[in-house]
Design a protein around this ligand. Structure first.
Ligand code: MG
Ligand code: MG
Length: 258
């Protein structure tokens, strides 16, 4: 069952989402060659707790850390470790926080140092896919129109759209109905209505859409060893239109991009 939120609940969710946005901004400030995932994780946990919130991933389904950190060929769900990032890496950082009893959950794929042009292009298109999905999240559309928009854009550039992992409803629990796949046919599934709150999160691979699981029980990798990118926003439907609850502005500010 989809749990539609009231206007008041959506504002509480916006606050939770912004805890994550600010935390990703702090990550952006320090993510450079030589930094490790464990260092990012520590900063992120402190940042979340300093805002009066609780890390949303820590302990969820027994996940051991605050951040999911997935570099290069890892798609999502990587566990932070002590291996320093190197120039040329890309790093998906996914973060969750609980505030006001609601979850925020969003993600950004960062460039470390100098990244190859073809990888930059993968990041650009994956971020565009996220916004194409968000644009499709409006009254008059159905849920599958989101995935349709994402898939069209990714495949037009020859990329693979991961099938096994999908976006999701978000609220007082981290994963609510509905599933929000990043692929699909037009006009299927439930109608998009006011009060819908979802995390839209395209996971786009440079090569095959196929994935494999690492033996740590968490990390997901591309099957062909090519790079993968991941961007995620929390979105509510208000007055028939998408309202993005999270923001990348703190990241852009930290990176000097705004
Ligand atoms: Mg996430
Ligand atoms: Mg999510």
């Amino acid at each position: 069952m989809i749990i539609y939120k009231t206007a008041e609940e959506i504002e509480l969710m916006r606050e939770a989402a912004l805890v994550v946005s600010k935390t990703l901004g702090e990550v952006a400030k320090i993510l450079k060659p030589g930094i490790t995932g464990l260092q990012l994780d520590k900063i992120a946990e402190e940042c979340i707790r300093d805002q009066g919130a609780i890390p949303g991933f820590l302990g969820l389904y027994d996940f051991p850390k605050t951040l999911c950190i997935s570099p290069n060929t890892e798609v999502v769900h990587g566990i932070p470790n002590d291996k320093p990032f190197e120039s040329g890496d890309i790093v998906s950082v996914d973060c969750g926080a609980i505030l006001n009893g609601f979850y925020g959950d969003h993600a950004y794929t960062f460039e470390v140092g100098e990244v190859a042009e073809e990888i930059k292009q993968l990041l650009k298109i994956t971020k565009e896919c996220l916004y194409k999905g968000i644009e499709a999240t409006h009254g008059g559309n159905r849920l599958s129109d989101i995935g349709f928009a994402i898939q069209q854009h990714a495949e037009a550039h020859g990329y693979g759209v991961v099938r096994e992992l999908v976006g999701h409803g978000l609220g007082r629990t981290m994963h609510e109905e509905p599933h929000v796949p990043n692929y699909g046919k037009r006009g299927r599934g439930k109608k998009i209505k006011n009060g819908l709150t979802i995390a839209i999160e395209p996971m786009i691979n440079m090569g095959t859409e196929k994935i494999k699981h690492l033996s740590d029980g968490w990390s997901i990798l591309t099957a062909d060893g090519l790079s993968s990118a991941h961007f995620e926003h929390d979105v509510a439907v208000v007055d028939g239109k998408p309202d993005i609850l999270s923001t990348f502005d703190y990241i852009y500010e930290a990176l000097g991009q705004k």
